[in-house]
Design a protein around this ligand. Structure first.
Ligand SMILES: O=C(O)[C@@H](CO)O[C@H]1O[C@H](CO)[C@@H](O)[C@H](O)[C@@H]1O
Length: 475
């Protein structure tokens, strides 16, 4: 949608009356303050939104595997880490108990050293590669991978705790989850920042969540391909290869897995032996924000010493973030820890310091200007990679397509820094994509077409938890 798109956001006073249950589990009537006459039900003009919300609810219900939600049938048949933390926000609008359960299931697979794995293989499935037999994390209580993902969970716990209607349940669940979250965040400080730089390392592109980001081209190219056992990719049986990572990337993804497996995923060794080690903006921005939210929870729960411990992490990270800022480009960039160089690629992760609240006012202004330029280049934003770059690929996964979850994070950040119009513009684009093209894994920013997996859980969750509350159709 172009720059003239205008969305009505929920007025603050209406927000105060807004129930966390935007959608009653028993009916499809949606409460959208400022958008809906609640006496008369949903206005006709909001029919598309009503339909989207009904579809979103169906998607979560159909992807529910009994306490955890798979991202999409066939393509991703297990529980993914940051998917689940985001999907819980969607569940919270339907059933708060189910939202908490999503997180409990994820943390039931936490390792003794604190790691929360990137995939939990609760039940066998023949439709995904690499599955538990390749990862071979045998000594764990259940099958999991041996790497992690951006730690969204503490952000979700704070939201469920603060906005949940069932306060007793929220207090009980937050208390139970708090030590587990803390153990994971401590694991990041030790296992992934042993030299105490303030920023944590990401050792596999799968850990970043943005698997084939152009930011990883250089560091991944430096990973030598080992003589690994032959394998058959299953993703290409579900999705067109033009939308997926390339074979040379998969060979390196697998090489890293086999190298990590050879030392039994011992986190004290992995940091030093991995031939891929980057300071990923997405992981560090999400961790920074998650630490702010964990600190908030610590205070709520009377854990003052822990709050001080977290203050120490945040203070150090705050200073270190400046080393990732490229003033000339008006962007943050990830860094290759093995060469010490900032990675040239400008990706949507570069805007996430806004979500973290770690950018200064001046840096935020530069990011907003960069984002505006990007949005002017495409039909629908936010592209995951600089649309002016020569190797921008609007269809290929994290090398161009729009992702609703990233739009949510960046919008949240824009609003916190006072860029309301830009936040509305991103919301309008996201809403338009979902209404016109359905609930998919990602979208082509040039044409708007849906791409990747269909009926996708985290996109449905964003619809329920974010778009339903924030926007009405373009005016
Ligand atoms: O392509 C894959 O096989 C998986 C590996 O983890 O990653 C994608 O899919 C996962 C499930 O939606 C996401 O968590 C990742 O961020 C990424 O988009």
């Amino acid at each position: 949608m172009g720059p003239v798109a205008c969305l009505t956001t929920v007025p603050a006073e209406a927000q105060a009356h807004q129930s966390f249950h935007a959608n009653d589990a028993a009916s499809a009537v949606v409460v959208i303050p400022g958008a809906i006459n609640t006496d008369k039900g949903v206005n006709d003009e909001y029919e598309p939104l009503k339909n989207l919300l009904e579809l979103s609810k169906q998607i979560l219900t159909e992807n529910d595997r009994g306490g955890y939600t798979i991202p999409a049938k066939g393509l991703y048949p297990y529980q993914w880490n940051w998917d689940s933390a985001l999907v819980a926000l969607g569940w919270a609008t339907l059933d708060e108990g189910r939202a908490w359960q999503e997180l409990e299931m994820l943390f039931s697979a936490q390792w003794e050293d604190g790691l929360v794995p990137h995939i939990v293989f609760h039940k066998p499935s023949p439709t995904y590669f690499p599955g538990p037999e390749i990862w071979g994390t045998v000594e764990q209580p259940m099958g999991t991978t041996g790497i992690t993902q951006p730690p969204v969970a503490a952000i979700t716990v704070r939201k469920l705790y603060e906005e949940g209607v069932n306060k007793e349940l929220a207090m009980q669940k937050a208390k139970e989850l708090f030590p587990k979250l803390l153990a994971w965040h401590r694991w990041f400080q030790t296992a992934r920042d042993p030299h105490g730089t303030g920023l944590v390392a990401t050792l596999h592109p799968w850990e970043s969540g943005m698997d084939n980001s152009p930011a990883w081209d250089e560091p991944l190219h430096n990973v030598p391909v080992d003589p690994i056992p032959p394998y058959v990719r299953k993703d290409l049986g579900h999705v067109d290869s033009a939308m997926r990572p390339k074979q040379e990337e998969y060979d390196r993804f697998l090489t890293l897995v086999y190298r990590f497996r050879a030392v039994n995923y011992d986190c004290t060794k992995l940091y030093f032996l991995s031939p891929f080690r980057v300071t990923d903006l997405c992981t560090n921005a999400v961790l920074y924000r998650a630490n702010l939210d964990l600190r908030w929870l610590a205070t709520e729960l009377g854990e003052n010493e822990i709050a001080e411990e977290i203050d120490g992490w945040v203070e150090k990270a705050h200073k270190a973030f400046d080393t990732l800022y490229d003033a000339e480009a008006g962007m943050y960039k990830s860094k290759d820890q093995l060469t010490g160089k900032l990675l040239a690629a400008k990706t949507s992760a570069g805007f996430l310091p806004l979500f973290a609240r770690v950018a200064s006012a001046e840096q935020a202004a530069a990011l907003a200007a960069t984002l505006e330029r990007w949005l002017d280049c495409v039909k629908s934003g936010i592209p995951s990679y600089d649309p002016e770059a020569a190797n921008f690929e609007p269809l290929r996964y994290w090398r161009g397509p729009v992702w609703a979850i990233i739009n949510w994070m960046i919008t949240d950040g824009l609003r916190a820094y006072g860029y309301e119009d830009l936040a509305c513009r991103v919301e309008a684009d996201t809403y338009e994509l979902l209404v016109s093209h359905g609930i998919s894994e990602y979208y082509n920013p040039v044409t708007g077409a849906a791409a990747g997996g269909k009926l996708f859980s985290w996109t449905a969750a964003m619809c329920l938890a974010w778009l339903s509350k924030a926007v009405t159709p373009a005016c």
